[in-house]
Design a protein around this ligand. Structure first.
Ligand code: GLC
Length: 430
């Protein structure tokens, strides 16, 4: 692991995942070809029909920036094999079918909003003839004995896959993250010729960050936690649909960068019938949870087949943004505080500041554990910068070792989602 390389990432904390491709038009998720065992031929009409009229990468990028997100990871190719970029190695691309290079448009737009940019690239490929079909655990033709693997040449697939990664690392300027997905069964590191792949990627994009999925999937952590991580270990762990209960540490207890990828509803790719969206207040708290445990949140949006964000996602992003505008300082650039989690919420930390996130109203003052009076320079309510007093009464006097801060007479929290108390500590007195 290289700390310099991951520095921006461990400060960014909040990113947008975008799953978008032909499958969005069908509206039953990005696994639809596998789930419903749809052959390449039967998928073809959708491939042709994927001509998103409302796609405007600037709208997406603006929504991400306004939500307080610092980076994006966009699906250049998902498991269906359809490429949302221009490739000299296949015609199975948006350039060929729709005359557009969506990867370029997305990267340009997000960079213009000041965000870092990452690409998701599927190691699986259900379109390439040399990728195992029959008997593969996931392939849409896994049950079709007519699709035997006899004449399939996996080496040829690897040359194609490496070639495409090379294209992505060469033709699109600086890429901050390459998010490969995913390893399973025998198809792991070595099978992907992972060492060669990684050395090529790092040669072409020296600053790039890689996830751990050349070795694992969301299942498993990979050698990044080992004493001697392999070349294929990547730079961060990618827990999926879970926030690790205790953060993630390596063999000797050191914190390892991680990024929880989480959906807003229950699917990655657009799922027409899934309206089980997580409310914005919950997502703000989950973001804070990630940061308090030393991790990032990569929150997914699955735009529809015409290129629009689901209205629920738009609204959620705006609500998160409203909170981030006044309290984002307690997230971006912050991390684990080293202090135990308080009953009422969480703590994040940055340089000489501690941020106490109060998510549950308290009776009276808020106990700020882990600091002593002498070390405090100032306590403010982050939301509006108002100075907060230390509560000193006969009531708090029973707890002489604790510092209490008071919100005043109103028993309700100044911010119902998460009220952040910022404690600036005196330099050299921490
Ligand atoms: C899984 C799924 C995939 C999704 C990814 C996001 O690996 O295969 O559809 O892109 O998770 O983490």
């Amino acid at each position: 692991m290289c700390a310099d390389r991951t520095e921006w990432f461990t400060k960014a904390r909040f990113g947008m995942f975008i799953h978008w491709g032909v499958y969005a038009l069908i509206g039953r998720g990005e696994w639809v070809r596998s789930d419903e065992e749809i052959s390449t031929e039967a998928y073809e009409p959708w491939v042709r029909a994927f001509q998103p009229k409302h796609f405007d990468a600037h709208v997406w990028a603006k929504a991400a920036r306004e939500a307080g997100m610092q980076y994006v990871v966009f699906t250049a190719k998902h498991h269906d094999g359809y490429c949302l970029f221009d490739s000299a190695l296949t015609e199975y691309t948006s350039m060929h079918y729709a005359g557009r290079d969506y990867v370029r448009e997305v990267l340009d737009a997000f960079r213009a909003e000041g965000l870092r940019v990452g690409l998701y690239y599927s190691l699986l490929d259900w379109h390439h003839p040399d990728y195992p079909h029959y008997g593969d655990r996931h392939h849409p033709c896994r049950n079709d004995s007519g699709e035997s693997n006899e004449n399939r040449d996996f080496e040829r697939y690897l040359a194609y896959m490496h070639g495409q990664v090379q294209e992505l690392c060469t033709n699109y300027g600086r890429i901050d993250i390459l998010w490969t997905d995913f390893s399973y069964d025998d198809l792991r590191a070595e099978a992907w010729h992972g060492e060669e792949l990684v050395s090529m990627i790092r040669r072409l994009q020296p600053g790039i960050l890689l996830n751990n999925r050349l070795e694992v999937s969301g299942e498993g952590f990979g050698t990044l936690l080992d004493e001697k991580p392999a070349v294929t270990a990547g730079d961060f762990v990618s827990p999926e649909q879970i926030i690790p209960p205790d953060g993630i540490r390596n063999w000797c207890g050191e914190a390892v960068p991680w990024e929880a990828c989480v959906t807003m509803n229950n699917g990655w790719g657009y799922t027409e019938k899934d309206h089980w969206f997580k409310p914005a207040d919950m997502l703000v708290r989950k973001l804070v949870e990630c940061v308090s445990k030393g991790g990032n949140l990569l929150l997914n949006v699955g735009p529809d087949g015409e290129g629009r964000f689901p209205p629920e996602s738009e609204a959620i992003l705006q609500e998160i943004g409203a909170w981030m505008r006044h309290s984002g300082e307690s997230v971006v650039g912050c991390g684990y505080s080293g202090l135990p989690k308080p009953e009422y919420g969480r703590i994040t930390a940055k340089e000489d500041c501690l941020y106490y996130h109060v998510m549950e109203a308290q009776i009276g003052g808020i106990p700020l554990r882990g600091i002593s009076r002498e070390t405090i320079e100032e306590i403010t309510l982050l939301k509006d910068g108002r100075k907060m007093e230390i509560e000193d009464t006969w009531i708090t006097g029973n707890y002489p070792d604790l510092v209490f801060a008071s919100f005043g007479e109103d028993p309700r929290l100044p911010d119902a989602i998460d009220t952040v108390i910022k404690v600036k500590r005196k330099k050299n007195k921490q």
